[in-house]
Design a protein around this ligand. Structure first.
Ligand SMILES: NC(=O)c1ccc[n+]([C@@H]2O[C@H](COP(=O)([O-])OP(=O)(O)OC[C@H]3O[C@@H](n4cnc5c(N)ncnc54)[C@H](OP(=O)(O)O)[C@@H]3O)[C@@H](O)[C@H]2O)c1
Length: 251
């Protein structure tokens, strides 16, 4: 279990995308964490395990976001917010492009709505309510969104997956921009992107055939490593993207 000692004892956490493979694993670990005093789980279904407050939110319906987050922050400021939402296939089953010839506006719009615009709207709703502590005793607060290594423009060597790659590159830019603004008001706050590794979830399942078993993480392993990374990142590295090992991913 990640120690999460960089957060105050009794920290308050929220996971959005709590129904997903990685989101569920994050909830499982935070739910039994001795330092976490309040845990909220957002998903489209709104369900949550015992001891966790669940609520419903759909990123493709922006009007559902602000009221849902308002209900959570009314109970107290948040120290840890992790956005574990995202899609690779759209709701019609359309998958990532193999060539620019396959680019479709409807697929790209849905992928951007959920992977880029959704987390941006969450940031708008959540960032003003991150815990700050006091001037003499500042507290660490983190807004982390699950991004992907393929969102790196400089690391793109194979082409394909235009919508997903671009949606994550856009997400990374949103996170960087929010981090700059957040630092002015909250010098101890952190706003970062995270690459979870290749993880055995519904999202990656159609593409696991060529992944060596040793490189395919179970969600619990990825979640534990991501919490370790979150624990080590301070405000001096806000705005960047890190992988599950803590290595920075180039923009
Ligand atoms: N798995 C990997 O190998 C891998 C690699 C790199 C990056 N990532 C990133 O990690 C994140 C989590 O992925 P995962 O592997 O855990 O995928 P997953 O199991 O498919 O979970 C995706 C989550 O996104 C939620 N979601 C989808 N559309 C939504 C919407 N309109 N509004 C609210 N929530 C919505 C899903 O909720 P529902 O249950 O309601 O559908 C689910 O909770 C994603 O950002 C993904 O891009 C994953």
């Amino acid at each position: 279990m990640s120690a999460l000692l960089s957060f105050p004892d009794g920290f308050r956490a929220l996971v959005i995308g709590a129904s997903g493979g990685i989101g569920q694993a994050l909830i499982s670990q935070l739910r039994i964490h001795p330092r976490c005093s309040a845990l909220y789980a957002a998903s489209r279904g709104g369900l949550a395990p015992d001891g966790v407050t669940g609520f419903a939110l759909d990123l493709t319906r922006p009007e559902t976001i602000a009221p849902a987050i308002a209900g959570v922050v009314a109970e107290g400021p948040l120290h840890l917010v992790i956005t574990a939402t995202g899609i690779l296939h759209d709701s019609t089953g359309g998958g990532p492009e193999k060539s620019f010839r396959q680019i479709r506006a409807d697929h790209m719009m849905e992928v951007f709505a959920i992977n880029t615009i959704g987390p941006a709207l969450l940031a708008r709703a959540v960032l003003p309510h991150l815990a700050l502590g006091t001037q003499s005793a500042p507290e660490k607060a983190v807004f982390a969104a699950l991004s992907a290594r393929v969102g790196s423009i400089s690391d793109n060597r194979s082409g394909g997956w235009h919508s997903y790659r671009a949606s994550k590159a856009g997400l990374n830019q949103i996170l960087k921009t929010c981090a700059i603004e957040l630092a002015r008001r909250a010098p101890h706050a952190v706003c970062i992107g995270l690459h979870p590794g290749t993880v055995d979830t519904a999202l990656s399942r159609p593409f696991q055939a060529n992944v060596p078993r040793s490189k395919l993480f179970v969600p619990a392993h990825s979640a534990a490593r991501l919490l370790d990374v979150i624990d080590t990142i301070d405000a001096d590295r806000t705005g960047r993207v890190f992988d599950w090992s803590g290595a920075e991913i180039a923009p």
